[in-house]
Design a protein around this ligand. Structure first.
Ligand code: URA
Length: 234
C-alpha cells in the first residue's frame, strides 16, 4: 500500500492531514524521513511519526536457504511425507512459504521466506532468473541435447516451447543444466525427450544465490543481505 494511503486509512488522519504530515517531514519509513506518499508500505515496513510514535512496527522479514534432501516434499503441509518446513527450527513457521519448488526426489537449493513480494521476484517467469542443476542420467547424454535444449523443446501439454537452456556435459551420464524458467518436471521431461531417465537431480543455484557448500542435506541458514538484495526490485 502507498504511504499516503496507509496514513489516511488510520482513524486519526484524513487525506489532507496525511499530505501535510508527509510534506512537513513528519513521517519516517524504515528509519528515514520520507516525504513521498507513493512509497510502498508493506507488512515489514516500520512507520513512525517525527516524535518517535510507532504507527506500525513492521514484522521482521525472514529469508532462508535450505539444502533440501531427497524424499522431503516441497510444500508447507503434506498428509504423507515430511515437508521442507519440518526441517526448519523457527518460530511462526506457518508464515513461511517457498520461493520455488523441487520434486520429491530432487535435492539442493530451496529458498524459503515470509516476504511474498520477494518470492514473486524470485519466481516470476518474466524475470528469467537462471536456475542451475546438476543432472545424472541413466544413459549417456547425447551431444545433440546441447543444441536441442538451446533451441527449446516443444511441450505439448502446455503448448509452449521451452526457453533456450544451456547444457554442459560433464561426464557421460552427468551434466550441468541452466534453465531460465521452471516448468513442471522440466528437467526430467527435457531428458525424457531423448528417452533418457534422470536418476539424480540437484539444484545448485537460483539467480545469484548459490547453495552454501557448508550446508549438509537438511541444513539451512538465513540469507545474507547481499543474497536477499540480489533479487532486486526493478
Ligand atoms: N525439473 C525437474 O524435473 N524437477 C525438479 O525438481 C526441478 C526441475
Amino acid at each position: 500500500m502507498r504511504l499516503d494511503r496507509f496514513l489516511s486509512n488510520l482513524p486519526r488522519f484524513n487525506r489532507q492531514d496525511a499530505r501535510h504530515l508527509l510534506a512537513s517531514g513528519g513521517v519516517r519509513l524504515d528509519g528515514r524521513v520520507n516525504r513521498d506518499g507513493r512509497s510502498e508500505v508493506t507488512l515489514f515496513s516500520r512507520v513512525e511519526l517525527g516524535d518517535g510514535e510507532i504507527l506500525q512496527a513492521g514484522k521482521p522479514a525472514r529469508y532462508f536457504m535450505l539444502h533440501k534432501p531427497g524424499g522431503v516434499v516441497s510444500a508447507t503441509v503434506h498428509p504423507e511425507h515430511r515437508t521442507v518446513l519440518d526441517l526448519l527450527d523457527e518460530p511462526d513457521k506457518d508464515e513461511l512459504h517457498l520461493a520455488g519448488r523441487l520434486d520429491l526426489n530432487t535435492s539442493g537449493l530451496l529458498l524459503i521466506t515470509n516476504d511474498g513480494q520477494w518470492s514473486r521476484r524470485v519466481t516470476l517467469p518474466k524475470r528469467k532468473q537462471p536456475k542451475v542443476y546438476l543432472v545424472e542420467t541413466e544413459d549417456p547424454i547425447e551431444p545433440a541435447c546441447i543444441e536441442v535444449f538451446a533451441r527449446g523443446l516443444y511441450f505439448r501439454f502446455e503448448d509452449l516451447t521451452t526457453l533456450p537452456a544451456e547444457l554442459e556435459i560433464l561426464a557421460p551420464c552427468q551434466a550441468r543444466l541452466t534453465l531460465y524458467e521452471g516448468r513442471y518436471h522440466q528437467v526430467k521431461r527435457m531428458f525424457g525427450h531423448f528417452q533418457n531417465k534422470v536418476i539424480g537431480l540437484h539444484r545448485i543455484s537460483m539467480g545469484a544465490i548459490r547453495l552454501d557448500a557448508g550446508l549438509a542435506p537438511g541444513e539451512y541458514r538465513a540469507l545474507t543481505s547481499a543474497e536477499i538484495d540480489s533479487f532486486s526490485r526493478d
